[in-house]
Design a protein around this ligand. Structure first.
Ligand SMILES: Cc1cc2nc3c(=O)[nH]c(=O)nc-3n(C[C@H](O)[C@H](O)[C@H](O)COP(=O)(O)O)c2cc1C
Length: 218
């Protein structure tokens, strides 16, 4: 039985193909879960919708709480409650399915805000100066992260892309730091072009998503 944490981050709340002007990244995350369910109905799924419910940015009070300088332990725990919930979900999940719209060549700001909540010493990483590499990720290294993204432009994965993609690299660096070593990436491109180019990109990404679910289940 697998535990899957599905995290959507598109600000578009509808799903492409089902709702007018719906989100393409949500289309892929929904397809991933539907496909998994078809083969394994015992799957447990939790859904975090950061697009509809963006977390607050961390602030001075958060940092004071995290590093042990809050006025009281009770205040610190209150301020860190959401972060603790996010981290518990990550430890619970075997598979993390992350839907990512590209906004201005990177991940959406609320996904960066989420990452700031989950990178915490002795919760998701440890720091030991006696080691040559002092940082170790504390999430189980067997977890798998699937990044399902959508972009208005195209060819962001080619080496000579005119405008480099900072979305997947930023996400993978942060999640690798906290222990995730297995990543899969699938993207829909050409959203802004529409027509046949978009249709072909959707079809290819959906086929890859279905094949990935089958691979992961064997
Ligand atoms: C605020 C904003 C910024 C965007 N920036 C980019 C960009 O830098 N490069 C790009 O290719 N597409 C960009 N797009 C297009 C989105 O990546 C595209 O609409 C994608 O389908 C969004 O994902 P979603 O369909 O899941 O909402 C941007 C869209 C928005 C709304």
């Amino acid at each position: 039985m697998a535990n899957i944490l599905k995290i959507d981050t598109s600000l578009r709340t509808g799903i492409s193909g089902t709702h007018p002007h719906g989100s393409l990244s949500r289309r892929l995350t929904a397809l991933f879960i539907d496909q998994w369910n078809e083969i394994d109905s015992s799957v447990q799924v939790k859904h975090r919708d950061l697009g509809q419910n963006p977390p607050p940015y961390i602030d001075e009070e958060w940092i004071i709480s995290e590093f042990g300088y809050a006025e009281s332990e009770e205040k610190a725990q209150q301020r860190l409650q959401l972060s603790n919930e996010f981290i518990e979900e990550l430890h619970w999940a075997d598979i993390i399915v992350l839907g990512v719209p590209m906004y201005n060549f990177g991940p959406p700001a609320h996904l960066k805000a989420y990452i700031d909540h989950i990178v915490r010493m002795n919760k998701t990483y440890s720091f030991d100066l006696s080691k040559e590499q002092p940082y170790s990720g504390l999430l189980d290294h067997q977890k798998t992260m699937i990044i399902l993204s959508a972009r208005g432009g195209h060819d962001f994965d080619s080496a000579d892309a005119p405008f480099p993609n900072h979305a997947e690299p930023a996400i993978k660096t942060a999640f690798n730091f906290i222990g995730i070593e297995k990543f899969h990436e699938i993207a829909i491109e050409y959203q802004e072009f529409g027509g046949e180019l978009l249709a072909q990109s959707i079809q290819a990404a959906e086929q890859k998503t279905i094949a990935l679910v089958q691979d992961l289940q064997h």
